[in-house]
Design a protein around this ligand. Structure first.
Ligand SMILES: N[C@@H](CCC(=O)N[C@@H](CS)C(=O)NCC(=O)O)C(=O)O
Length: 230
């Protein structure tokens, strides 16, 4: 059976990596049975066999694949008879644009709203590494990073305009049914939902309608995972 190493909080069932959430959704979309192996930041040696230090890492028989985009490509190539993640070559290029938009514009804002909450959800063995590496990245303390998160949320709402407009026109970014572009953006919101009680979306934002649609996919798969305090 396919296995993948998936970032876990102190609560082993709480999974919060935006990249791993892409892989969760991709595997459900491909209708493939799989198991996840909970992994923590300090378990670097456990995934050393993959030749790098980030999750997700997918193991399918004798194949090991790291990087969420490469995993999605692998799944479509290795399992052509289940629903395609990308669809056409053109659609795949559009998904690539969505990936870049998500990682360069949206991820930094979510991080600036939730990074201190993430720290508090982590297993204690991960906390010193997380604080040190993220404070180095931001050049300030995590408390300082989140101090203006109300303002960040306003900027985030503006940045989400393309998603808001597209999902008002059609149920999913990929049209009538979801595809990998949807999973990329949804995984970013699932990262926030799984690691922080701070509502990164305002209650009246219509992006919530699409998010709920995504949470309901595959027998409410993503909704079934624990969130902070639950
Ligand atoms: N480009 C990679 C990025 C994966 C990545 O950054 N994963 C994070 C978890 S969200 C990680 O493993 N971080 C380990 C660390 O920071 O030490 C992908 O798309 O899979």
């Amino acid at each position: 059976m396919i296995k993948f190493y998936d970032l876990a909080a102190a609560n082993e069932k709480q999974r919060f990596s935006p990249y791993c959430w892409r892989t969760h959704m991709a595997l459900k979309h491909k209708q493939l049975p799989f198991e996840t192996i909970p992994w923590r930041f300090s378990d670097k040696e456990v995934i050393a066999f993959s030749g790098q230090g980030l999750v997700p890492v997918l193991v399918d028989g004798d194949k090991t694949i790291s990087d969420s985009w490469k995993i999605a490509e692998y799944l479509d190539e290795a399992y052509p008879n289940t629903p395609s993640l990308f669809g056409s070559a053109e659609a795949k290029r559009h998904a690539r644009f969505i990936k870049h938009w998500t990682e360069t514009t949206l991820h930094p804002m979510v991080s600036r709203m939730t990074v201190l909450d993430i720290l508090n959800e982590l297993h204690e063995k991960d906390q010193p590494y997380f604080r040190e590496s993220r404070e180095k990245r931001f050049g300030k303390t995590l408390e300082e990073v989140v101090s203006d998160r109300e303002d960040t949320r306003k900027k985030f709402a503006l940045a989400l305009a393309p998603l808001r407009l597209a999902t008002a026109e059609e149920p999913f970014l990929c049209g009538g049914t979801p595809g990998y572009a949807d999973y990329i953006v949804f995984a970013m919101l699932q990262w926030a939902r799984s690691s922080s009680a701070f509502p990164v979306l305002l209650a009246d934002d219509t992006v919530n309608v699409w998010r709920e649609r995504m949470l309901g996919l595959f027998a409410a798969y993503a909704a079934s995972f624990p969130t902070p305090g639950k």
